[in-house]
Design a protein around this ligand. Structure first.
Ligand SMILES: [Zn+2]
Length: 312
């Protein structure tokens, strides 16, 4: 059902009349349009971080913890779901599911104080097309990103794989003015990094940076808890554990905490020790780790410390 309220129309007019550079995209299935803010320049000393996941909930699991830490320090974080998630359910689908997941993503972002954008590409059908590449380029440019996070292009799910490939394909083009010329090119290429994953072929994830998220693990779980259609319905159904999900909201959130707050792998533990020292690094219970992409700007240690201001 299309919901175009007077408030929505007024917001659209205000955004355009004030020339704030904001745009409103119409979305598939007739959902409510979502405003896309143009960010202030990063000259205010705050970082602009953007993360791409294939589906609404992917970024949360890989970078929800550091996103909460950035937000707490006043830095700007945008999570982008490259597909609208309209295939991710056992009994729902299409525009109604996309609208539900868009709402869940907004709520997840609200809970930790970040922006969450859902792009209008169908779930399960993402391809490394020129059109999709330009969508990524525009997002990175609009956000004036200092750091771009994305999956590696080795993954069982084609949407994950192609999200990784699309971001790699954008990793130089964001500075080329003749590409997607409707959105001004960046003068400085951001740093690109990969999320952690467990795939071994052709090569395993190699954690260059590992961050303790012990102080924000409950906020990360709160964020994931907002994706009700995924955490408590679709993912347990796929895993054959739907009967294990508690019905009560508080009980299922505890269940999520017990089943989703993983301990660091041995490789991530080694990276924690490198950055935090042996005593602190070995005491970390929950972490998020990132591998530097060879494309984009290659950061030295000073740049890494600037991009991850919560490292000791
Ligand atoms: Zn996914």
């Amino acid at each position: 059902m299309k919901r175009l309220t007077a408030f929505t129309v007024l917001s659209w007019l205000v955004l355009h009349i004030t020339g704030a550079g904001a745009t409103v995209r119409s979305v598939a299935g007739g959902q409510e349009p979502s405003p896309e803010r143009t960010q202030p320049p990063s000259a205010d000393g705050k970082l602009n971080i953007i993360a791409f996941g294939a589906h609404p909930d992917d970024c949360d699991q890989r970078a929800g913890g550091i996103a909460a830490k950035y937000a707490a320090l006043g830095h700007r974080v945008r999570f982008v779901a490259v597909t609208n998630g309209d295939a991710g359910h056992q009994t729902e689908g299409g525009g109604a599911l996309a609208a539900r997941r868009r709402g869940e993503a907004r709520e997840a972002g609200r809970r930790i104080g970040i922006e969450y954008i859902v792009l209008d590409n169908h779930d399960g059908e993402l391809l490394p097309s020129l059109n999709a590449r330009e969508q990524i380029i525009r997002q990175v440019r609009q956000w004036k990103a200092d750091l771009v996070l994305a999956p590696r292009p080795n993954d069982y799910h084609p949407d994950h794989r192609y999200t990784g490939a699309l971001v790699q394909d954008a990793a130089y083009m964001v500075v080329v003015p003749n590409v997607a010329p409707d959105t001004p090119a960046l003068r400085k290429n951001p740093v690109f990094m990969y999320f952690q994953d467990g795939f071994q072929k052709p090569n395993a994830f190699s954690p260059d940076i590992a961050v303790s998220i012990d102080d924000v693990i409950e906020r990360k779980i709160d964020m994931m808890d907002a994706h009700v259609s995924q955490m408590y319905e679709w993912l347990p159904w796929v895993a054959g554990t739907l009967d294990k999900v508690p019905k009560d909201a508080a009980a299922r959130r505890r269940w999520l905490r017990e089943t989703r707050a993983d301990a660091p792998t041995s490789a991530v533990r080694a990276a924690l020790v490198k950055w935090y020292g042996a005593e602190r690094g070995n005491a970390v219970r929950h972490a998020e780790a990132f591998e530097i992409c060879e494309y984009g700007t290659r950061p030295d240690e000073t740049t890494i410390r600037k991009l991850f201001p919560f490292l000791p």
